[in-house]
Ligand binder design. Structure first.
Ligand code: ATP
Length: 229
């Protein structure tokens, strides 16, 4: 099963949002959503996760039950410990609480689960955000700027986790400003510019087609064209 955005348009009151978006997310692949600030990445993620409703178009193949989601700005209640927060969220997803020690361990917080989130650094909060997105077995995994606040070790660990998810047959879609991160692990890319898709498809095929060595080169080439197709 694939998830498809068909001719999606979302306009905010004064701003354009995204326009005529046609995107397919395949199971067992990693799709990277890339583009400059304001290009429309978060809007697409919010449409996919049901936080926004499109003005036009249709999303098919999406089921809320299948969704696991790592937002870019998750605020946790400061007075709860990380283990308590994960227990609450596991309970909501009907996942047994005995999975929590493993989740904490996966994000390197095994010995910090008893601490209140107010005592966490930014990177630790982001790892807790990652841990909550690992709860359950939903096979549509969406991550909004997952590398934010992570140090190089945790960026490398995140890469392995996403590749493992892909190998389990999960649909993985993440947004990023880091084109090298996208290039290293994604199969497909959706490149956005001013609310429109300017390139999409298999990364290697796109690089060959446009005679580029890297995604950064491709992005610079496409965004400097006078008439973007
Ligand atoms: N709540 C909102 N109200 C009005 N305009 C908005 C709102 N959210 C986004 N926009 C506009 O929609 C466009 C796309 O924004 P979006 O947040 O999707 O971009 P982005 O690619 O995620 O950017 P960034 O990399 O800066 O997070 C921008 O022009 C932005 O100003």
């Amino acid at each position: 099963m694939t998830v498809e955005l068909l001719n999606i348009t979302k306009t905010y009151k004064k701003n354009r949002g995204v326009h005529n978006i046609e995107v397919t997310i395949d199971a067992g692949e990693i799709t990277a959503l890339v583009g400059a600030n304001g290009a429309g990445k978060s809007t697409i993620i919010k449409l996919l996760t049901g936080q926004l409703m499109q003005d036009e178009g249709e999303i098919i193949g999406f089921s809320k039950e299948a969704l696991r989601y790592m937002p870019d700005d998750l605020n946790f209640p400061d007075t709860l410990t990380a283990a308590e927060i994960l227990a609450l969220l596991a309970n909501l997803k009907k996942v047994p609480s005995d999975k929590i020690p493993k989740l904490l361990e996966q994000v390197g917080l095994a010995d910090k689960g008893h601490l209140r989130v107010s005592e966490y650094s930014k990177g630790m909060r982001q790892r807790l955000n990652l841990a909550q997105s690992l709860i359950g077995d939903g096979d549509l995994y969406i991550l909004d700027e997952p590398t934010n606040g992570l140090d190089p070790f945790w960026i490398a660990t995140l890469k392995k986790m996403l590749v493992d998810e892909k190998e389990k047959g999960t649909h993985v879609l993440f947004s990023t400003h880091l084109l090298s991160f996208a290039e290293e692990i994604a199969d497909q890319v959706i490149m956005l510019h001013e609310g429109e898709v300017i390139a999409k498809g298999n990364i290697q095929t796109l690089l060959t087609t446009y005679h580029c060595q890297t995604l950064e080169q491709l992005w610079l080439t496409l965004t400097s064209l006078e008439n973007v197709q």
